[in-house]
Ligand binder design. Structure first.
Ligand SMILES: [Zn+2]
Ligand SMILES: [Zn+2]
Length: 217
């Protein structure tokens, strides 16, 4: 047992939070920021009403400014949690975000993450800077982090054990900009993978993707 898991077992308050906010109990080391809990509560269960949550998040954090986007649960791409297509105005949420055992705070964070992208695009922000998580994106993340008292970019609530079951446990991180990519394959992302961001990332950052996690927590 890791020291983190042991700490959670010894802290009844934290364990209770894990049991009620995750679909599957278990001291797997995940930690949920208290600011996210009211929103996590709205999307528990097998088929949560994400549209109700989206409406509330849009009103509370963007003044209703995320407009014209469609939200889709998808199984198409298995290399990221979620992504936003500015051209088709579709926000894709990967089906595994709804799987039992993966804490729903991940869903809430990823939803807010994509809504920031959509909000910025709706307000005419530079698409490259937006999709590359440049200063305008980071500024919005900081604004919402302050309101929620959490860190939207902190993946420590992700249960890596669960991702391993889904065979999606290879985490690559760019050694220059920190971009994260999850893959089934253990070779780094390359030009043949047809990632829409691959070329612009190569030009703008040029960093190398290093395997940081291979099913071992
Ligand atoms: Zn993003
Ligand atoms: Zn990079």
């Amino acid at each position: 047992m890791s020291s983190k898991a042991r700490r959670i077992r010894n802290a009844p308050g934290e364990l209770r939070v894990l049991l009620s906010r995750c679909d599957q109990p278990g001291p797997d080391g995940v930690q949920v920021s208290p600011g996210l809990l009211p929103y996590v509560d709205m999307v528990l269960g097998k088929n949560p009403d994400i549209f109700k949550l989206i409406k509330i998040l849009n009103e509370q954090f963007f003044g209703g400014g995320v407009r014209g986007y469609t939200y889709v649960r998808s199984n198409r791409r298995k290399d990221c949690f979620s992504y936003t297509n500015f051209t088709t105005k579709i926000v894709y949420l990967q089906e595994f975000l709804f799987s039992a055992g993966l804490c729903r705070s991940v869903l809430v964070r990823k939803l807010l993450h994509e809504m920031i992208h959509a909000f910025l695009d709706t307000s005419g922000a530079d698409r490259n800077e937006n999709s590359e998580h440049g200063p305008i994106f980071k500024k919005e993340v900081t604004r919402i982090n302050r309101l929620l008292g959490c860190d939207l970019m902190d993946d420590s609530d992700v249960s890596w054990d669960r991702l391993r079951v889904l065979n999606l446990d290879k985490l690559f991180i760019c050694n220059k900009c920190g971009k994260k990519v999850f893959r089934v394959l253990s070779r780094p992302p390359g030009p043949d993978d047809f990632y829409p961001w691959y070329e612009s990332h190569r030009e703008r950052c040029g960093g190398a993707f290093i395997l940081r996690l291979n099913g071992v927590v």
